[in-house]
Design a protein around this ligand. Structure first.
Ligand SMILES: [Zn+2]
Length: 247
């Protein structure tokens, strides 16, 4: 694993970086291209973006040993969060805009927002994009793009993430230029005040899903993993930044 400890980028820079890598225009973004990510992924003509909910930068430092596939193959960059909650944070990741610009706080706001995400921009270019997220977000995104799957019942978050991973593998058969996947077990366990060992277990399961997803892609597909916001709860290793990882 290589890493850059200097905080040089923000999560609003992720979409502009994807735009550059897969050659899809993203006008109006607040963020800028991240050169380190371009260096890592410039060979790729397709991308998978895996949003690991609550994967803060310091959280990843603590849980990374439970994620051997990611930590053994990835380059991690420290990345500034722009929101404390999932919906506005993911909106910033996918639009390249700050919350003040996109004003998306709820799933309903996704439907009414005039700001287009990188997923919609991909379809405007005549290519396919796909998203696998929670049911509320999936319902909203079905108004925007064609390849959408929801995670279903999330009462057992470990089983829920496994369903998300399965749907992701199914949608990858359509060979999307961009696939966005949202995995939630670490975040849910943090909200529930679970033990460190249980957080490690959630991270281990997520690493397994990422490894499985990676086994279904070719060399021309790059993988970007990012947190959406720092972990919730009173953890000493909470911090203000998230992990951004190129595989
Ligand atoms: Zn979140």
């Amino acid at each position: 694993m290589t890493k850059t400890d200097d905080c040089v980028c923000s999560i609003i820079d992720i979409a502009p970086t994807i735009s550059e890598l897969i050659d899809v225009p993203l006008p109006g973004a607040d963020g800028v291209v991240i050169p380190e990510m371009i260096d890592c992924l410039q060979r790729c003509d397709r991308l998978i973006l895996i949003i690991v909910d609550s994967l803060g930068y310091l959280t990843y430092q603590r849980l990374g040993s439970a994620m051997p596939h990611v930590s053994g193959n990835g380059t991690v960059i420290r990345c500034r969060a722009v929101a404390d909650h999932t919906t506005p944070a993911i909106a910033s990741i996918l639009t390249g805009c700050s919350p003040e610009t996109h004003c998306i706080l709820t799933d309903d706001d996704v439907c009414t927002s005039p700001i287009k995400s990188i997923l919609e921009r991909v379809e405007e270019c005549g290519r396919r994009s796909a998203v696998v997220i929670a049911n509320g977000g999936a319902k909203a995104m079905r108004t925007k793009i064609k390849l959408v799957a929801g995670g279903g019942d999330d009462s057992d978050i470990i089983a829920y993430d496994a369903v998300i991973a399965k749907h992701s593998v199914d949608l990858l058969r359509h060979e999307p230029a961009l696939t966005v996947i949202h995995l939630r077990a670490i975040d849910r366990y943090a909200h529930e005040g679970r033990s460190f060992d249980e957080l490690m277990y959630a991270a281990e399961r997520i690493d397994g899903h990422i490894k499985e997803i990676c086994s279904h892609i070719g060399r021309g597909t790059g993988v970007i993993i990012c947190g959406d916001h720092p972990i919730h709860g009173a953890y000493a290793w909470k911090g203000r930044d998230v992990a951004l990882i190129a595989l």
